[in-house]
Every structure is written in structure tokens, then in C-alpha cells.
Design a protein around this ligand. Structure first.
Ligand SMILES: C[S@@+](CC[C@H](N)C(=O)[O-])C[C@H]1O[C@@H](n2cnc3c(N)ncnc32)[C@H](O)[C@@H]1O
Length: 274
């Protein structure tokens, strides 16, 4: 099943597409930064705005070592590492995303700050108590065994370390539309409700600092983006550079599902007890 999930995201020439599209918007010779790539390398709804919200919850400190679980093409890791002077290790299941992330790290001169590892969130290849903090953005919807995901996150966090989650969740009515950005069909989609998420996190030993349904806050931005996609006025830089032309259909399906109540969104800040 994890092979099917990795294949859903996989794609050729990702870094080259992003770099050439971003460079086309800049004067020749402009040094590339995490901020300049951000319109194209954030693989979640609301782009950099959502990453900034995640970073505010995470509250990284200079010099800390932070884990990004399901790091995509490394956009959030590069932005957080460069704005908070911390070191980030990202782990991801999709080989093509890991290679793209490494190429984009090199292009932005961030290889000393962001390291990418190809592997699975449910069997993290890291020693116990390695990381000061951890985060995961729109990944848990691909995880059947959520307890294993949270157990592994807790294991590799230092005592007192926090985990921040921003995710889509199951809504209360109807059935999500597929293909969606995280899954080609219901067979690889594992949406949990907010209450199931709370149970799984507490069962695996996390203290809940904050766990909230953010659907009503995020809906407006998602709807505006879907309208731009439908009208053909979406920005030239976007997640379609990673996922290809199918991204339009995937993103429109997310907002249809959200409008109908079959999906929502959440954020959480949880702590491994000291
Ligand atoms: C929607 S993308 C989000 C990427 C990134 N967090 C971001 O916000 O830009 C989901 C990511 O989760 C990764 N993923 C899915 N299942 C995983 C697993 N079992 N272990 C590690 N990564 C996984 C995928 O490869 C993909 O990169």
C-alpha cells in the first residue's frame, strides 16, 4: 500500500520545473532563497500562510534539531530552517520528492540546514530522543496505522519535545471526492476525525496542549483558490509544478468535499511529557 501512495505523488523533473518557473519570474542571477521558492514548493492548502501558522505553533529555537515527517519537496523545511536558524531533518516516502528536495536544498544553499531521508513515518530510522521538536503537515491522511505514526514520533522526540500537526480530517457528512491531492482513491485515504486523532495521540502518550478544528478558518482561502483555478487565473507558481496538470482537479475536489462537509481541517500542538 505504501508503494501505491508513493506512486500517487511521484513525478519526473520536479526540481527542474520549479527552478525554471521561479527563475523566469526573477532578474537573471538572483540568488534563490526559501522565500522565493515558497509559492511553488509547499504541498498543502494555503501554501506559505499555512507553513507560517505551523511555525508559530512549533516555535523553533536557534540551533534546535527538528523533524519534518512527510517532508514533500522540502519547502516547509527550507522556510522554517532559514527563518528560525534551526536544523531540520525531513523524512519522506516518495523517492522523487526526496531527490527534488535535495536539489532544491542545493539550489538555495541550505544543505547544511536541511537533510532529507527517504523512509517511512511508521518506522523512523532515527535513534530514540533525537529531536527537539517535530511537525507533520498533511501526511497522516496517508497513514493507515496512525498509532504507529504517533508512537514513532514520540519515540524520537526528546522528553518535553512538542509535535505540531496540520491535517485534513474526516467531516461529519458525505463522502470525499477523489482523486484528491493525498490519494487517488478512497483505497489509500485514511482520514480520521478530530476525536479519533485525540484518542490516538493520548493513547500513544502525548499530552494535548491544543487540538482544534480549523475548518471554518481555512475554508475561505481554499474556496478563493478553487475559484481562481476554475477561472484559469491561478498564479503561475503553485503546487501544479510538483504534481503536474492533474493538480487542478485534485484541488477542486478538496474544496467540493469541504463545502459538502465530508472533510475538514485541524491543527494540534502536543507534547511528549518531560
Ligand atoms: C501532501 S504531501 C505534504 C508534503 C509536505 N508536508 C508539505 O506540506 O509540503 C504528503 C507527503 O507525505 C509523504 N508520505 C505519505 N506517506 C508517508 C509515510 N508513510 N512516511 C513518510 N512520508 C509519507 C508523501 O510522500 C508526501 O511527500
Amino acid at each position: 500500500m505504501t508503494d501505491t501512495i508513493a506512486e500517487h505523488y511521484a513525478n519526473h523533473g520536479i526540481a527542474e520545473r520549479i527552478l525554471s518557473a521561479v527563475r523566469a519570474t526573477l532578474p537573471p542571477g538572483t540568488p534563490l532563497t526559501a522565500d522565493l521558492l515558497a509559492p511553488a514548493d509547499q504541498l498543502h492548502g494555503r501554501g506559505l500562510d499555512a507553513t507560517k501558522e505551523l511555525a508559530a505553533l512549533l516555535d523553533p529555537r536557534p540551533g534546535e534539531h527538528i523533524l519534518d515527517i512527510g517532508s514533500g519537496v522540502g519547502g516547509p523545511a527550507r522556510w522554517i530552517a532559514s527563518h528560525f536558524s534551526c536544523r531540520i531533518t525531513g523524512i519522506g516516502l516518495t523517492g522523487a520528492f526526496c531527490s527534488a528536495a535535495e536539489a532544491l536544498n542545493r539550489a538555495t544553499g541550505l544543505t547544511d540546514h536541511v537533510t532529507i531521508v527517504h523512509g517511512s513515518a511508521t518506522a523512523l530510522p532515527f535513534a530514540d530522543q533525537t529531536f527537539d521538536r517535530a511537525y507533520s503537515h498533511n501526511v497522516v491522511m496517508n497513514i493507515a496505522d496512525k498509532r504507529a505514526f504517533y508512537r514513532e514520533a514520540r519515540r524520537v522526540l526528546k522528553p518535553g519535545g512538542v509535535l505540531v500537526l496540520l491535517n485534513l480530517i474526516a467531516g461529519s457528512t458525505g463522502t470525499p471526492h477523489y482523486p484528491a491531492p493525498w490519494a487517488a482513491s478512497a483505497a489509500t485515504s485514511y482520514l480520521a476525525t478530530l476525536e479519533e486523532t485525540r484518542d490516538d495521540l493520548t493513547s500513544e502518550g502525548f499530552e494535548i496542549v491544543q487540538l482544534m478544528d480549523t475548518t471554518s478558518q481555512t475554508r475561505g482561502a481554499r474556496r478563493a483558490h478553487a475559484q481562481r483555478l476554475e477561472a484559469g487565473t491561478a498564479p503561475v507558481l503553485g503546487a501544479h509544478l510538483v504534481m503536474g496538470s492533474r493538480m487542478k482537479e485534485l484541488q477542486i475536489n478538496v474544496i467540493r468535499s469541504e463545502e459538502e462537509g465530508s472533510i475538514g481541517s485541524m491543527q494540534a500542538l502536543v507534547r511528549r511529557p518531560a
